[in-house]
Design a protein around this ligand. Sequence first.
Ligand code: COA
Length: 218
Amino acid sequence: MGDALRYAVRPMQVEDVPQANEIDRECFPTQWPPPSYKRELLFGSLSHYLVAWDTEQPAPPPENPAGRSRPSLFWERIRYLLGMERKEPQSPGQRIVGLIGLWIMADKAHFTTIGVRGAYRRQGIGELLLIAAIGLALRRNASVVTLEMRRSNLAAQALYEKYGFSRIGVRKGYYSDDGEDAVVMSTERITSASFQSQLQRLKKAHAQRWGSAQLQID
Ligand SMILES: CC(C)(COP(=O)(O)OP(=O)(O)OC[C@H]1O[C@@H](n2cnc3c(N)ncnc32)[C@H](O)[C@@H]1OP(=O)(O)O)[C@@H](O)C(=O)NCCC(=O)NCCS
């Protein structure tokens, strides 16, 4: 097993939203507006977001370093509904380098997004986020995971294929910005013996190659 990995995974917090928006802009420049991470975190009972953060690099200081302590979820929701949300939430002081989003409905999980900052790609972070998100789907009793992505996105397709996703269809002209087709992918049952043994093998190989990581999924 390698040394400890420099990157760790945890659930996204409201304070991460400015950095999540930066990652979104960098990863999906033509898809505007970005998802409202804040609304999803405050009200989206089906949606879950995980972030990968760099344990060796602190985030840039918030614009208002005298920031107040974090309000409760109740007050965050009220403020949001009244349009009184804080413009610059206080950063938890961690550099967020990637994120993954999923919806879990009954026994189905659907990955809605994955993105890694350009300067941090090809270091196993996408894979780490995927391992964590599959772990979360299993923890919440999902039995299959689906997703869709641009037909031209070969990096993401390679990542998902490595983890046993296969193509189950194409949605013609799915992306409204340029009419590109979406490729739809799905796992087999994620609780099956074959998926589980492949997942364990991939997790072990990831840890040997990149180091063992701290994964906090909920
Ligand atoms: C797709 C993305 C998340 C991958 O993140 P990453 O941290 O660079 O990926 P990893 O280093 O963990 O790579 C894991 C696997 O993904 C595949 N992969 C990643 N980047 C690839 C590339 N540029 N070309 C081909 N395969 C690639 C490989 O199978 C790789 O395994 P390997 O190292 O054994 O070859 C990243 O490229 C990204 O943020 N892209 C922009 C956003 C995006 O397109 N998201 C997908 C929308 S569905």
